[in-house]
Design a protein. Structure first.
Length: 360
């Protein structure tokens, strides 16, 4: 894994690690960078090591240009299975493994419309060739898989969809850990402060609404590289009474539960974990139309899917403020993310891929 920063993929990894059978599996977690707010949450049964202390330009360049050496110099133990749990940097390192192991790559995002991993490779062909080194590719949604095949058509014989495991009972329990009270209509959004999440568009949309006499607020939970930039944008637009950057919250669920609606302003998504968590807490949802959002919301059955633009966000929030929203969310909306079912499928993948090829 790249690191243990506060993103969805890291939370998914923790959910998996916390629910594996350590009588059956001996698991090592190799972090590319020894960083992140979830470092202390890794189960004690997992043997943790790292390649670099911190992410720097020089370290990234070393991985891009000398990935085989990075692997050979840092991965010393023998493994039956090696998993690259993130696109790009992790996939490149494990793709250069010299071990006679079975290899699995996880893909969490829509690479066709958000090809952020291209910077890790010298060409798209190199990236495609790297994926050919893997025995199996796991996609977090059907849409992510279809987009991947459009980008890398020669790989369309590999791959399966495994939905992210979510501890539904734990989320419901954590949402009642403490009370949160809001004194006005409150929208909440949660995620890493990156360009992909589109918080800059959300802020601009709120700027337009602030001139129309609506009484509301936006709570943004999360940290990331865009924090200072977003804070300055809020200040420049004089939105300090409308938008609140609250930073990372280890338990965001009481804030989510108390809100009137959850907003996803993302430019692209694989299958947004927090959107699925909002479904579990029966929240009204306003989400930009991108990849996994349609799959999670069953094409608008469980939430309001809006145009993927600044204007779409503006219209979506305004419509909610004027007309409200009353989507009915049944257990069927999130049953496919059941922790037990997802872990069983992951274990089945591991158990079967570890067999000799003649036995598969």
């Amino acid at each position: 894994m790249k690191s243990m920063q506060g993103g969805g993929a890291e939370k998914v990894l923790l959910n998996i690690l916390k629910n594996m059978d350590y009588q059956k599996y001996n698991i090592s977690l190799v972090l590319v960078f020894n960083e992140g707010i979830y470092l202390n949450d890794i189960p004690k049964n997992v043997k943790v090591s790292y390649i670099f202390e911190k992410e720097t330009y020089e370290n990234n360049q070393m991985i891009i240009n000398q990935s085989k050496s990075v692997y050979l110099n840092n991965i010393k133990e023998d493994y039956d299975i090696e998993i690259a749990f993130l696109e790009g940097i992790c996939t490149k390192i494990i793709g250069n493994s010299t071990q006679n192991s079975k290899k699995i790559a996880w893909v969490h995002v829509d690479l066709l419309n958000c090809h952020y991993t291209s910077s890790m490779y010298n060409s798209i062909q190199e990236e495609e060739d790297t994926y050919h080194q893997f025995d199996e590719i796991v996609f977090v949604s059907k849409y992510v898989k279809e987009s991947f095949y459009k980008l890398f058509p020669s790989l369309n014989t590999k791959g399966r969809v495994l939905y992210n495991p979510i501890d539904i009972d734990q989320i419901k329990k954590l949402s009642k850990a403490f009370n949160v009270d809001y004194d006005k209509t409150t929208f909440i959004t949660i995620g890493r402060l990156t360009n992909q999440k589109g918080f800059d568009r959300l802020i601009n949309a709120v700027s337009k609404l602030s001139n129309e006499n609506f009484n509301f607020q936006i709570i943004i939970l999360g940290k990331g590289p865009k924090y200072n930039e977003l804070k300055e944008q809020i200040h420049n637009l004089k939105l300090e009474n409308y938008i609140f950057l609250k930073g990372f919250e280890p338990n965001p669920y009481p804030y989510l539960l108390a809100s009137n609606a959850f907003i996803s302003s993302s430019r692209s998504e694989g299958l947004a974990l927090v959107l699925c968590e909002a479904l579990i807490l029966n929240k009204q949802i306003i989400a930009t139309n991108c990849s996994g959002v349609n799959e999670a919301l069953d094409y608008g059955k469980y939430g309001h899917i809006i145009e993927n633009s600044e204007l779409g966000i503006y219209i979506g929030i305004k419509d909610f403020l004027i007309n409200g929203s009353n989507y009915t969310i049944s257990e069927k909306a999130f049953s496919k993310f059941s922790l037990k079912k997802s872990i069983e499928k992951i274990c089945d993948l591991i158990d079967n891929i570890s067999l000799p090829k003649s036995g598969i």
